[in-house]
Ligand binder design. Structure first.
Ligand SMILES: *[C@@H]1O[C@H](CO)[C@@H](O)[C@H](O)[C@H]1NC(C)=O
Ligand SMILES: *[C@@H]1O[C@H](CO)[C@@H](O)[C@H](O)[C@H]1NC(C)=O
Ligand SMILES: *[C@@H]1O[C@H](CO)[C@@H](O)[C@H](O)[C@H]1NC(C)=O
Length: 445
């Protein structure tokens, strides 16, 4: 053993292996993967296909190869970074923590700079031939970073990560059923669904009946979000107790933090736009934007907090509401049932392929990555609606005194401003806003 058998190739010799165990759900992992690809290039290292940590929140044992096409990933990036499926055998049995090669999120600042990695991680890599990033959420900032590394992360996110056939296949069923149409409509479909959708309508296709348009809504009103927000949703004491109990089980760190800081009232939280949109509010916004009662709406996400009764106002406004659970048969859905990340991948597909995508929470990774995907592949025809929650809170708080027409006007203005084409601001995510020279060089508009 002793000497490291360093891999030689067109990248020169490798400085060692990078192992990543990414935490979070599907979309946070996606960001971690592409950040790891950039780091691998920066450090002239070799990347081992990232592993996904099992979390008690997401409860999904899926690994990279259950979600993404491994060989496609390796091949797409083969001229940029060297990626292997496993550590070489001489390193497999090494306890990476014991040799000091484990790097947790406490060792690296959030949004760290490339130079931080050169100064802290490279020596370790050279010394031990391997480092293990444990967690690795948002550990590489967006600016400043060399052009080529930024470009590489962009390539990773938009080109190298393709869902496995199992997901593409069922994803295409979802899209075809909600559209009532079998053929691909745009580049987005092709990127997401591979060969599981036709590129031209078949001959016997109903020429007169085009696809049904649909809006996809990511209503991030799930219990974790609702509990974490500390907002009041009008459910009285029962709601308060239930959410507090949830926080005690799932967010012990938040509870600790609250004990030490002074309480912010739920009214203040609401006014400052820090509360997730309720189903009622989301419905009002869509109605204010002029979406008709018959609009087909695909609802992404899992259990809405409060269930059907909480959704009633929304479904009264928009009865043509579909979800993956209603579009797929139980047997089609079954292989995904215990895998929240794979279910999230189906939502990713349905949201990215929608005619309109409406997010309700600008902080969520799903919304953020989906909107970036739509910008990148949508050819300018894939709008994303992003409410400004602070302004929306102000508009809604005046709901008694303003008339419907004024409400409509103000909601429209708010959304239009959110939609205006923006170039990416300093430090902002390229996954979310790929309209930058490193990503959309040939497509810039
Ligand atoms: C990586 O390789 C390039 C090209 O050979 C070299 O310029 C650079 O200094 C290397 N970086 C590290 C961290 O080894
Ligand atoms: C999913 O998990 C539940 C409970 O853990 C189990 O009973 C069920 O058989 C699993 N279903 C599938 C399709 O694996
Ligand atoms: C209107 O505003 C009041 C007070 O701000 C609020 O309690 C109520 O839920 C709002 N109604 C709707 C439909 O948003």
């Amino acid at each position: 053993m002793g000497t490291l058998c360093r891999w030689k190739g067109k990248f020169g010799k490798t400085n060692g292996y990078i192992v990543v165990s990414a935490n979070g759900g599907l979309n946070q992992q996606r960001v971690a993967i592409c950040n790891a690809v950039a780091l691998t290039s920066l450090l002239n290292a070799t990347l081992v296909i990232p592993r996904f940590l099992y979390s008690n929140v997401w409860k999904d044992p899926s690994q990279f190869g259950d979600i993404y096409q491994e060989d496609y990933f390796i091949n797409t990036l083969k001229d940029d970074v060297h990626i292997v499926k496993e550590l070489p055998s001489y390193l497999k049995s090494v306890d990476l923590e014991e040799i000091g090669s484990q790097i947790t999120d406490e060792d690296i600042a959030k949004e760290a700079k490339p130079t931080d990695y050169i100064s802290t991680v490279l020596p370790l890599l050279l010394q031990n031939g391997v480092v293990h990033f444990l967690g690795f959420g948002n550990r590489l900032g967006f600016d400043p970073i060399p052009f080529n590394l930024q470009k590489l992360r962009c390539k990773c996110n938009f080109h190298a990560l393709k869902f496995v056939h199992k997901i593409q296949q069922v994803g295409s069923l979802l899209v075809k059923r909600v559209r009532k149409y079998d053929a691909a409509k745009s580049m987005l479909d092709k990127q997401l669904l591979g060969n599981f959708i036709d590129y031209a309508p078949s001959k016997e296709d109903k020429v007169f009946v085009g696809p049904t348009k649909y809006l996809a809504l990511h209503l991030r009103f799930e219990v974790d979000m609702v509990a974490y927000s500390l907002c009041d949703f009008g459910g009285g004491e029962d709601e308060k107790k239930e959410l507090q109990a949830y926080r005690e089980v799932h967010f012990p760190l938040l509870i600790e933090r609250l004990k030490k800081s002074k309480a912010i009232s739920s009214t203040e939280l609401r006014i400052s736009g820090r509360c997730p949109l309720t189903p009622e509010e989301a419905g009002l916004v869509l109605a204010g934007l002029g979406f008709k009662h018959r609009t087909y709406i695909y609802l992404a996400g899992s259990q809405i907090y409060g269930g059907n009764s909480r959704m009633r106002t929304f479904t009264d406004l928009y009865p043509n509401l579909v979800t993956k659970e209603t579009l797929l048969t139980p047997s089609e859905l079954e292989p995904f049932q215990n895998f929240s990340s794979q279910l999230a991948a189906l939502d990713f597909i349905a949201c990215a392929s929608a005619d309109v995508f409406a997010m309700t929470d600008s902080g969520s990774q799903l919304s953020s990555l989906v909107s970036g995907f739509r910008t990148y592949y949508g050819g300018g025809n894939a709008p994303t609606l992003r409410p400004n929650k602070k302004r929306l809170a102000a508009i809604l708080s005046e709901n008694k005194t303003i008339g419907w027409n004024t409400f409509e006007d103000r909601v429209r203005k708010m959304i239009e401003e959110g939609q205006r084409v923006q170039t990416r601001g300093f430090g902002r995510s390229i996954y979310r806003q790929p309209r930058c020279p490193e990503c959309m060089c040939k497509r810039s508009q």
